[in-house]
Design a protein around this ligand. Structure first.
Ligand SMILES: Nc1ncnc2c1ncn2[C@@H]1O[C@H](COP(=O)(O)OP(=O)(O)O)[C@@H](O)[C@H]1O
Ligand SMILES: N[C@@H](CCOP(=O)(O)O)C(=O)O
Length: 325
């Protein structure tokens, strides 16, 4: 579950009184999610989401995340809109944690991925990349190539307890990624965690994106690589090129690819698999039994990485070559 901080009725009423959203009718903890405490807050004016930011979110990053949601919502991207209090602030403190209220986004995330989902995802992701082009703030991606080895160093000892040989496999792959990582691709704001549980649908249409708390400034194509990993593998670990093709074609209709992005896609997919392998491995070996944090399986991303290591080029992801203008 993801309710790490309990909020008393009195504290909640005093907090909500700072906004023009009416009085509280109910407030229920939301079980889904990993990082923060989320509540479904019902007031006289309708449903809202109350989030208390937990230890893993750096409070210094919150103006970037909330400012980004404000910026995107103002440009028509469907995402939660931060609610500003009467003093103009969206970010304040509740129960000793940074906290914010955002608008409630209608829809549900898809539990079974079908090709139309990835098509909608590709379009929504490209629209988000484009809409954020004039967002003034920057946030470096601390979970990109420079951050992986230090993260690995903090969990390498225990890697072989998850799977024999994992420590060597990761060490060798990091050598490759550090040598081949592209540093000059088109860059802007990326979501960086656009997994199915962060993309809502109403019927066959994407109704919006949530959970911008890993968003950062990085290569657009790296966001695509994260999505190819998160959306296009089947339960038997086979890669579904139809889903990938739908995603990439829809993305390209909104934001065309450069030749450099096309060429970099296989190494970016390897890097994206490494990023989630490492954060999951770190959580796996550092989360005590019985802790509230949900652990996700690192081996899933080892299998995905193994697939990407065999890929000869971007065509294997269903991406048609770039046609010179
Ligand atoms: N703006 C929103 N509108 C509707 N539901 C939301 C919204 N934000 C979060 N949720 C609900 O809370 C859950 C956890 O949110 P998420 O941001 O993914 O948490 P975490 O950052 O802790 O992983 C989501 O799966 C969804 O059910
Ligand atoms: N998507 C990450 C974990 C982050 O979880 P979220 O609930 O914040 O999206 C993973 O699958 O490892």
């Amino acid at each position: 579950m993801a309710v790490y901080t309990d909020v008393s009725d009195e504290d909640l009423a005093a907090f909500v009184a700072q906004y023009d959203i009416g009085t509280v009718e109910s407030c229920k903890g939301i079980a889904e999610g990993v990082e923060n405490s989320n509540y479904l807050l019902q007031t006289e004016r309708g449903p809202f989401i109350l989030t208390l930011y937990e230890k893993r979110v750096d409070p210094n990053d919150l103006p970037f995340f909330l400012g980004l949601m404000d910026h995107l919502a103002a440009r028509g991207v469907k995402c939660p809109t931060p609610i500003h209090g009467r003093d103009g602030r969206a970010l304040r403190e509740l129960c000793g944690r940074p906290a914010a209220i955002t608008g409630f986004l209608r829809g549900m995330w898809p539990k079974r991925i079908l090709p139309y989902h990835t098509g909608e995802l590709g379009k929504a992701m490209a629209e988000m990349h484009t809409a954020a082009a004039d967002f003034a703030l920057r946030r470096p991606n601390n979970l990109s190539v420079a951050g992986w080895r230090p993260l690995f160093d903090r969990c390498a000892e225990a890697a072989d307890t998850v799977q024999p040989g994992l420590r060597d496999t990761i060490a060798r792959e990091l050598d490759v990624l550090e040598a081949r990582w592209p540093h000059d691709l088109p860059t802007g704001v990326i979501h960086a965690d656009l997994f199915p549980d962060n993309v809502f649908f109403l019927g066959e249409r994407c109704s919006g994106l949530i959970d911008f708390y890993f968003a950062c400034t990085d290569a657009f194509a790296y966001d695509i690589a994260i999505c190819l990993n998160a959306w296009c593998f089947e339960a038997d670990w086979s890669f579904n090129v139809t889903k990938a093709r739908m995603m990439l074609a829809a993305y390209r209709k909104v934001r065309p690819f450069s030749q450099a992005e096309y060429d970099a896609l296989p190494v970016l997919c390897r890097g994206a698999a490494m990023r989630f392998l490492l954060t999951r491995l770190y959580d796996w070996v550092n989360t005590p039994e019985g802790a509230l944090v949900k652990r996700k399986d690192p081996v899933e991303y080892l299998r995905k990485l193994t697939f990407h290591q065999t890929v000869p080029g971007a065509g294997a992801y269903g991406l048609d070559p770039v046609v010179a203008a």
